[in-house]
Design a protein around this ligand. Structure first.
Ligand code: ADP
Ligand code: PAZ
Length: 372
């Protein structure tokens, strides 16, 4: 992020403040309106004409996210593609990378820029399987670079949430300092004070892996999507103990409405011989994890005097109840003083950061100066 002045100035080039940076021409960039599913949101780059000879992959604890560029056959520009696989299904993402490498012009070999823990864990596997150059880029640096790229360069990427307008594309402040809360398998909270200037100020092990892990034991859901779907039909009041269940009404003296959750899963113990509905359980746990992250985010933002909080990570997955819960938690605790922002490509901050940073080349030298 280049500071307030850079936002909305229509600057065509995105350059990381980094010696190994590459330039992506983002003039006229937009999210393809034809792509309607959450997983298939290509970004069109109508003016990027330079050759791109690399792909990036962010290999996290749960998902491996890939970003790659294809040129338009007819005319200028091209598109950025986004695709993810479960990390443990190694064969799937390795063979996808293999296919991408095979499609590349024979005179220029593709390079892989990898980030996330798997860039270390699976480094030898990727190298031996693909026989390509593999560079590694730091996960936190990539997250911040990707955030800047999306915030500054991609219109209608970042949004805030209100009940009336679940995706509000108002002017994004884009100023420092801001806080990034990345909800992947675990949660990382990062304070960003300038271009590539950041500090990881907190984290939590209660993140996406927790929700998905517990629900895969407690419900018959076979996929994360299925779990989110059933969560949206559930009623958490059958599982959670509300203020009203304890007081019989609001507890207005300390500002708690009767509908406020007093204790997540608090009703289960009393009725432990009953079989609870998986949909109610899913919704309750989704609220519990999201509320907890929302409150943690607020407390960090308050302590560090930060007003703008960006939430990333595949945990969110465009799911309205999750976004609502996080946005509500920030609004409620900050009494409307802080704002939560979300991304349409929320799971790809790190992968996009790796794509534009090219840090990995530090470890494997460039084969050609024009290769990007
Ligand atoms: N298809 C999916 N399979 C498993 N988990 C998913 C899926 N889609 C979203 N998630 C959620 O996203 C989390 C992973 O988020 P991500 O940002 O990719 O983190 P990581 O880098 O740790 O893999 C999972 O723990 C889960 O909560
Ligand atoms: C170790 C991690 C940075 C790895 O990133 P992830 O694969 O979860 O996206 C993340 O899981 C994390 O920050 N966990 C929380 C650790 C803690 O602060 O308690």
């Amino acid at each position: 992020m280049q500071g307030e002045a850079a936002v909305g100035t229509g600057l065509a080039q995105f350059e990381l403040q980094h010696p190994a940076a590459i330039t992506i021409n983002t003039e006229g960039a937009f999210i393809d309106p034809v792509d309607t599913t959450h997983d298939d949101l290509n970004i069109l780059l109508p003016n990027h004409d330079k050759r791109v000879s690399h792909v990036s992959i962010d290999i996290g604890g749960s998902l491996a996210k890939i970003v790659y560029f294809t040129k338009n056959h007819a005319g200028r520009g091209g598109r950025l593609h986004f695709i993810s696989f479960e990390t443990e299904k190694l064969e799937q993402w390795l063979s996808f990378l293999e296919q991408l490498a095979a499609q590349h012009p024979k005179d220029r070999r593709v390079r892989v820029v990898a980030t996330g823990g798997g860039a270390y864990k699976y480094y030898d596997r990727i190298r031996s399987r693909l026989d390509v150059e593999v560079g590694r880029a730091d996960e936190m640096e990539c997250l911040i670079a990707g955030t800047s790229f999306f915030v500054e360069r991609i219109p209608k990427e970042v949004f805030s949430y209100t009940d009336e307008t679940p995706m509000l594309f108002s002017e994004v402040p884009g100023k420092y300092p801001y806080m990034l809360v990345n909800i992947g398998s675990g949660v990382s909270i990062i304070k960003v004070t300038g271009p590539q200037q950041f500090e990881r100020i907190g984290g939590s092990s209660l993140g996406g892996g927790t929700l998905w892990g517990l629900l895969s034991q407690l419900t018959p859901a076979n996929s994360y999507e299925e779990m989110l779907e059933i969560a949206s039909t559930g009623d958490n009041r059958n599982v959670d103990m509300l203020v009203g269940d304890i007081y019989g009404s609001d507890y207005s003296r300390i500002g708690l409405k009767s509908s406020t959750i007093a204790s997540s899963f608090g009703k289960v113990f009393k009725h432990r011989t009953e079989k609870f509905d998986p949909a109610d359980i899913s919704r309750s746990l989704l609220y519990a994890v999201s509320n907890n992250i929302g409150q943690l985010a607020y407390l960090h933002a308050r302590y560090h005097e930060i007003g703008d909080i960006y939430f990333g990570g595949s945990y969110i997955r465009g799911h309205t109840q999750t976004i609502h819960t996080l946005a509500y938690a920030i609004r409620f605790w900050s009494k409307g003083e802080k704002t939560a922002y979300f991304f349409r490509h929320e799971g790809y901050l790190g992968a996009v950061g790796a794509f534009i940073s090219q840090d990995g080349l530090i470890e494997s030298p460039r084969s050609s100066p024009e290769a990007e």
